[in-house]
Design a protein around this ligand. Structure first.
Ligand code: FAD
Length: 337
């Protein structure tokens, strides 16, 4: 008999707000497709889980993004996010369908929801992960190896849930790439009706005030010019180069802590995770906490006057010298290319 009889498939919570699906759901579905492909003998599928109200039509979009099946709980009680009703619904879905793994974005919503569901189910949860793999040693089960930064980002720990199912994890947005949707994909849509034992909300959300993001959202930029402490005396130039290249400026935590940039543009473990086509690191040492937020960029060009700087170990191209001298020349080369 299999160790976890009845548990199968990788489930992904597809987060939506006001009917708009967050990209992290699609990123996790794309990654889940790779995971199931790595264990073809298990015959696992990728299942999206969509909660909300008037959101049934979105199921087909989730299938286009790679889900084989979508479970939709469409209920007026799930109109806005409620910890209580979303936890009730997800717990029921997991108890009924028995997913082998359940992945959620490490968003504000996901970080609130996933631990509560895990606690109700007595399941293991790895929070804030940056990498997931299948254990290649295990042939008769799909054991996830889930990696996350630990000890202030100085180490990475790989965590397993060997004795419980589902294996749960929250994963940071932007860590995985998102496959292009394929509208011709077909899949199954299952409608799930949640049962709420107590419909009196313990917490009532009176008003939602959306944060106004000032400037550009760096997680959506294709070209980023990163300013580190070594570029603090030429930030206007870094900004101008970013503008000329059609991108945006971002910064290391040192620059934010020194008061030269807003936290909104900080890249790294305690900032944002970015994966642009081009990341130009200017006067950035390459501390692991910074690298954790930008190492998935397609092309990394580093400028640093210290030839031993750590940033060169992850850069595709590096220039040893002063940012003020090299960045303008590099910009001309990029524009001419
Ligand atoms: P420095 O380490 O001071 O490096 C400056 C670099 O610029 C040096 O390599 C120097 O050689 C070079 N340089 C100096 N002048 C020039 C010049 N004229 N031309 C070219 N090169 C020059 N950091 C983040 O960035 N993001 C995070 O999210 C983050 N989270 C953290 C979380 C925790 C829990 C902790 C403990 C730390 C965190 N850090 C984070 C801080 C991180 O450890 C580093 O301190 C920080 O990234 C250093 O920033 P920096 O490389 O800009 O500055």
């Amino acid at each position: 008999m299999a160790k976890f009889e009845g548990y199968k498939d990788i489930y992904v919570f597809v987060e939506q707000r006001n009917g708009v699906i967050a990209n992290v759901g699609y990123e996790l579905i794309s990654e889940a497709r790779k995971l199931v492909a790595s264990i073809p003998h298990m015959g696992f599928k990728v299942v999206g889980v969509l909660l909300g109200h008037n959101i049934k039509d979105q199921a087909q979009t989730v299938i286009a993004h790679g889900a084989d099946k979508v479970i939709v709980a469409d209920d007026a009680m799930l109109e806005g996010y409620s910890t209580q009703f979303y936890t009730d619904t997800l717990t029921q879905i997991i108890n009924e369908f028995k997913p082998d793994s359940f992945l959620t974005g490490a968003t504000v919503l996901g970080r609130d929801l996933a631990p509560r569901v895990a606690a109700r189910l007595n399941a293991g949860l790895t929070a804030d992960a940056t990498k997931i793999e299948m254990d290649p040693e295990k042939k008769d089960e799909a054991l996830l190896l889930v990696t996350r930064p630990t000890f202030g980002g100085n180490l990475f720990g790989t965590i397993i849930c060997p004795d419980t199912r589902p294996q749960m994890a929250t994963i940071r947005p932007n860590v995985f790439s998102m496959d292009a949707p394929d509208a011709s994909r077909s899949g199954e849509v299952i409608e799930f009706t949640p049962k709420f034992e107590n419909t009196d909300a313990k917490v009532v959300v009176k008003e939602v005030i959306a944060k106004v993001v000032e400037g550009i959202d760096i997680t959506k930029c294709d070209i980023l010019v990163g300013a580190g402490r070594g570029a603090e005396d030429c930030l206007d130039m870094v900004q101008a180069v970013a503008d000329e290249l059609g991108g945006a400026m971002c910064a290391s935590r040192a620059v934010v802590d020194d008061g030269f940039a807003s936290k909104d543009i900080q890249v790294g473990q305690t900032g944002k995770t970015v994966r642009p086509s081009l990341y130009i690191a200017c006067g950035i040492s390459g501390a692991c906490q910074h690298v954790a937020g930008m190492e998935k960029s397609d092309m990394i060009i580093a400028i640093n006057r210290d030839p031993q700087a750590e940033i060169f170990s992850i850069a595709n191209m590096g220039f040893v010298g002063d940012v003020k001298e090299i960045l303008p020349l590099l910009k001309e080369e990029i524009i001419a290319a």
